[in-house]
Write a protein that binds this ligand. Sequence first.
Ligand SMILES: Nc1ncnc2c1ncn2[C@@H]1O[C@H](COP(=O)(O)OP(=O)(O)OP(=O)(O)O)[C@@H](O)[C@H]1O
Length: 225
Amino acid sequence: MSTLIEAENLTRILPAIVPVTLVKDVSLSVGEKEFVAVTGPSGSGKSSLLYLLGLLDQPTSGTLKIGGRDTGPMDEEVRARTRLAMLGFVFQFHFLLPEFTVRENVEIPMRKLGRLSRSQMRARATELLESLGLAGHLDKRPDQLSGGQRQRVAVARSLANDPPIVLADEPTGSLDTKSSEQVFHILETLVRERNKTVIAVTHDMDMAARMDRRIHLVDGRVAEP
Ligand SMILES: Nc1ncnc2c1ncn2[C@@H]1O[C@H](COP(=O)(O)OP(=O)(O)OP(=O)(O)O)[C@@H](O)[C@H]1O
């Protein structure tokens, strides 16, 4: 199994009169096709760690390799391309753009990466959305969908550029039990059938127990659950 994410002593301190330590000395390694939960009490640094792993934030110290490449020396343009090609994101709140259709929302990351023609982007977005049970909703706006459907669109968007890694921050946190189970099942399918690596922050210990392993944080550090 090859390693996709390797962090060593990752630390993020917010500079302030009294500096705030978000993540402290986190070392971890995540391989291909792993389904990993990030757990821990509220305020323990789970989202902060996910933002670091997703290149949405920069560590104060420590190293992070994505796909074997050290991200430290990358300039903003290379970081942005690495993010687009290697990482998909699903957040608790879908962050779909309300003025675009469901299909256009899924096409946006493809447009940014610029590898596909217009018709290829359209075909890929359609295929992804259909595979997630959204065939009848391609031309709707996000506000015409239920919360669970919107979150499935967000999953489709995260897969737009076929990244090997999907990072999810409380992806089922704002959903009812049934939609939450559906979204969890989709994430599991990404790992088992589409060979993705999924790292998901969750408060739900039952869900965490159904994942391959857990990274538990307390006060920004990895701890025993
Ligand atoms: N911009 C900021 N300014 C000050 N403190 C911050 C900031 N961002 C995060 N924090 C603090 O850093 C700590 C870690 O936050 P983070 O959101 O990563 O935790 P979390 O484990 O994801 O929490 P939750 O489960 O409640 O979402 C918390 O104590 C939080 O209040």
